[in-house]
Design a binder for this molecule. Sequence first.
Ligand SMILES: Nc1ncnc2c1ncn2[C@@H]1O[C@H](COP(=O)(O)OP(=O)(O)OP(=O)(O)O)[C@@H](O)[C@H]1O
Length: 274
Amino acid sequence: MTTVAVQTKVVHKTKDEAVSNTNKKKVYEVNQLNLWYGKDQALKSINLDFHEKDVTAIIGPSGCGKSTFIKTLNRMVEMVPSVKTSGSIIYQGRDIFDPKFHVEELRTKVGMVFQKPNPFPKTIYENIVYGPRIHGIRNKKVLDEVVEKSLRGAALWEEVKDRLHENAYGLSGGQQQRLCIARCLAVEPQVILMDEPTSALDPKSTLKVEELMEELKQQYSIIIVTHNMQQAARISDKTAFFLNGEVIEYDNTDLIFSNPRDKRTEDYITGRFG
Ligand SMILES: Nc1ncnc2c1ncn2[C@@H]1O[C@H](COP(=O)(O)OP(=O)(O)OP(=O)(O)O)[C@@H](O)[C@H]1O
């Protein structure tokens, strides 16, 4: 008897086909990105473009490389000594792996918010002015303005304006996460990377952060890793589905969720695995 191997059809669209919304400017172009931790390859031939003022969700099962990918975009992944990469990541026309592109400059433009809120053990005010001070801003009036603007931008001002000089650890988890977003806004980034920013929050705080993202995308590009399919569907314009270190499908979010082209995407978003 002959065995016929039935293979799932692989739909690796080229990135220009992948996302039809081409009238927005590209912020990042990721070309043939590979990444290894020692001998283990965690990212395989990733080709993705990210656009200005879009929210892009990165979804996929545990261990598929989502965090590794997002941490590659601001070169944080290099903190792991065994990491090697190939390919290119073009940010605003410049390759972030080019030694002339200083990582500090990149991280000024590309902020990051983590899974667990991580305020500094300082006052709310000091948390916000930390970055601007490093960038040489000393004038108190200017710093006060940055604090108010950033906290307003993160929808936290009204809740904390009378306790700016209290320790940030006194805030609730959801408030701490919005403080971390405010801290990120204080250095006026262009892109905000978010690695499961609401997974440690209760539903009410999650909703606040999601509403905030809706506001923020008027001004910033947001790339968010999430395990929460409803969240990806609610908040993102585009979605990339990762599996085993590869991008299986990347498209406008409504298409990914209503009409996925690859069986594996469909199985994942309908909860058959992951
Ligand atoms: N510091 C590290 N050293 C070695 N291997 C690592 C390291 N960090 C991640 N990996 C490996 O790289 C692969 C991708 O991991 P990564 O954390 O990026 O996945 P993920 O999709 O974000 O997972 P999760 O959803 O569980 O957070 C996994 O096989 C993981 O074991």
